[in-house]
Ligand binder design. Structure first.
Ligand SMILES: [Zn+2]
Length: 415
């Protein structure tokens, strides 16, 4: 059978039928719906010369042994957020399945290199707040002690929820064994943003995932009576925070693709009759270039200090979380652009704002690239998430070409 991208669309619709309700996809990791989606996926491989096993972190691996043990990895994640979309993660898994089918057919069950399809466990972290669970175990960047006692909204511990799925939290690091012979990893994903739609293009190569600096910025002023305190003597912590909220746009714009968000502001005492004495704002800054990220972070600190002075306040920063930028493999980015050019003409390259399993694989030192397909309206993590069917089909064709090129690159000793 030659490649049949329409079959991927049919598979995706079948999965949607099986695992969604009127509010969207409900394939939250470690739930029955997720497990039944994974069972359904296994039935899709019946009849193919595929060896299946689940690793110690719950990632599902489907291996077609090739003439060489050197392995090309293709994947995605079947788990979703609650009330999620039909394509986030599942497109990568089901497009990879179509590529696998085509390769099995073309090479009579024995492709030149080994092909491994991976369905990562709990990419979204929707239930316990720990994203990239399976892929971080694979990469050796997991954090068992910090994660084992995380609880969901019903008080169930992560450790117990994964045990129900036959995963022992102590042993998830053994998933790193799967790295053996892994020579490259490819992941097709919906963009989840509006950039490709605005460019009026279906596909892009992904340059890497942006690094993140996430901080709490606290301004300290003086609580005072809103009636008796003249404007000229106020020390208004919210006024300083508000100036920063407006300044982050010009700071980010100076750095082109950088983004910066003040996502929450809390005021104290937070009543209508008092000048704000303390204001806690959160800042999330992202860029693909570590130098740009550091510069943007520095500029935001300087601006916050300037605004604090202007409002006779003080300011303190404390880091909530950070991750370094993860650039993808330059030669694979080149192959990805070639593949896109062949099926769609123009081949732009974009950074990814969201994190993906591919970032963990890349951090493990395995040459990695992702491909994005346009998202309608740039919306994701929502039941209205969608992509034109003709673009889904194009993306499967482009992934297939990329897989062929990458297999050849592996044979030629690429690294
Ligand atoms: Zn995803």
């Amino acid at each position: 059978m030659p490649l049949d991208p329409k079959r991927t669309v049919r598979d995706l619709k079948e999965l949607r039928e099986l695992s969604s309700d009127t509010n969207g996809a409900q394939r939250v990791a470690w739930t029955d719906t997720w497990l039944s989606a994974r069972e359904w996926f296994q039935t899709k491989l019946t009849g193919l010369p595929v060896e299946f096993h689940q690793d110690a972190a719950g990632n599902n691996w489907f291996t077609v042994h090739g003439r060489s043990p050197e392995a090309l990895l293709l994947g995605g994640h079947l788990d979703s957020v609650p009330n999620g979309g039909w394509l986030d993660g599942s497109l990568g898994v089901l497009a990879s399945l179509e590529v696998l089918r085509r390769m099995v057919d073309e090479f009579s069950g024995e492709p030149p290199v080994t092909i491994r399809l991976v369905d990562w466990a709990d990419e979204e972290g929707a239930r316990f707040g720990r994203s990239l669970f399976g892929s971080s175990a694979f990469a050796g960047t997991h954090s068992i002690e910090a994660d084992r006692s995380r609880t969901d909204k019903d008080g169930i511990r992560l450790e117990d929820a994964v045990r129900r799925c036959e995963i022992e939290i102590e042993r998830i690091g053994e998933a790193s064994r799967e790295r053996e012979n892994a020579c490259a990893y490819l992941e097709l994903h919906i963009e989840q943003g509006p950039v490709l739609e605005r460019m009026e293009l279906p596909l892009a190569a992904v340059l890497g995932t942006k690094g993140v600096e996430r901080h709490t910025v606290t301004f300290f002023g003086q609580e005072a009576h809103s009636g008796s305190t003249p404007m000229s003597v106020r020390r208004d912590a919210l006024a300083a925070a508000a100036k920063l909220a407006l300044e982050i746009r010009p700071i980010a714009v100076r750095h082109k693709d950088a983004v910066c968000t003040m996502g929450s502001v809390k005021t104290f005492p937070g009543i209508v009759t008092a000048v704000v004495g303390r204001c806690e704002a959160t800042l999330d800054q992202r860029d693909l270039d570590p130098g740009v990220l550091a510069a943007m972070h520095r500029e935001a600190i300087e601006a916050s200090e300037r605004f604090a002075r202007e409002e006779r306040c003080t300011v303190e920063w404390s880091r909530i979380w950070n991750i370094e930028p993860v650039p993808f493999h330059s030669e694979l980015i080149g192959l990805c652009r070639d593949a896109i050019r062949e099926v769609a003409g123009e081949a732009p390259a974009l950074p990814s704002g969201p994190l993906h399993d591919a970032a963990e694989v890349s951090r493990a030192g395995i040459p990695t690239v992702m491909m994005f397909v346009q998202s309608l309206g740039g919306i994701s993590h929502n039941k209205i998430e969608d992509t034109k069917e003709e673009y889904i089909e194009l993306s499967v064709a482009a992934l297939d070409r990329l897989a062929t090129k990458t297999a050849r690159w592996i044979q030629d000793g690429g690294e």
